[in-house]
Write a protein that binds this ligand. Sequence first.
Ligand code: OGA
Ligand code: MN
Length: 290
Amino acid sequence: MSLRFTPLHQSFVAEVSGVDLRRVFDEPTLAALRDGMDRYGVLVFRRQPLTDAEQLDFARRWDGTLHTKTGISALTASRLGNEALTDISNVDENGDPLDSADRRRIYGLANQLWHTDASFENPPGRYSLLSARVIPTVRADTEFADMRAAWEALPADEQARLLPLIAHHSIAYSREVLGFSFSSEERERLHGNPQPLVRYCEKTRRRALYLASHASHIVDMPVAEGRLLLRELMTYATAPQFCYAHAWDNEDLVIWDNRSTMHRARPFNDKQYRRELRRVTTLDIKPVPA
Ligand code: OGA
Ligand code: MN
C-alpha cells in the first residue's frame, strides 16, 4: 500500500490516497496515518464505502475508546441504536426530511456554529470520523479552522495572557444562544465542563486554541468580560487564512483532531435535499502506553 498525503491548505488539511481503511490492520500503516493526523489536523479520504460496523471498527483501531455522548445523544436516543454512532443527517427514522420544528433538526442546525465535538463533556472528543452516505447535489460543506496556526500567529504577550485561562463549555449554552430551551432537569444534566483555553500536545509539541460555541465564559473572570474575550478569539481564529471548506462526495471519510481544529456545517436547503452522514468520535483519554 502506498500512502500519500497531499496538502489541501497552506497550514493544515491533507487528502490521503493509497489506502482502503476497511483493510488497515497493520500497525505501521496505522502509525503513518496517526503521524499524518498530527501533522495536518484534518485528513480527507475519498471513496471509502464504509458500513456503520466498519466505521466503528476502524475508529477503535485508530484510537481506542469511543465517545458515546457527543451529539444529540446528550438529549435523545439515536435512531441508529448505538450511541457511539452519531446520526449527522436531516431525516427521521423513516428516511423522510425532519419537520421544520423537530428538535432533532434544530439540534442539527446548531452544527453551523463553530465548535469542537463534545468539548462540553469530560473527557471531550479527540478524533471525529465523519462518513458521507447520502450527499446532496448542492454544496453542503463542512468548514474547518486551524487552531494551531491561529495560536502560533498570536503575539507573545497575548499568548502569555491566554495560556493559564480556563473556559466553561456547555451544550446547553450553545443551544440556548439559538433559542433552544431546556427543562430544569436537562439543564442540570447538561451542566457542562471546564476546559483549558489553550491545549498542548506532547507529541507534536504544539499548542492550539481550544474554542467552541459551547464556551460560555472564562472561569474566575466576570462573565461579560470572558464572553467578550471568547467572541474576539472566535472571530480572530476563524479568519479566512485559517479556514478550509470540504466539499463532500458520497463515500468520503474525513477525520479531524478536535484538539487542534474547530469545524462547522455550512447551510443548505435541508427541506429539498437529503444529507446523511455518520460520525464516530473517540474519547480524549490518555492513550495506553505502548
Ligand atoms: C459533526 C459536525 C458538520 C457537518 O459531525 O460533528 O459538526 O457539516 N458536522 O455536518
Ligand atoms: Mn461537530
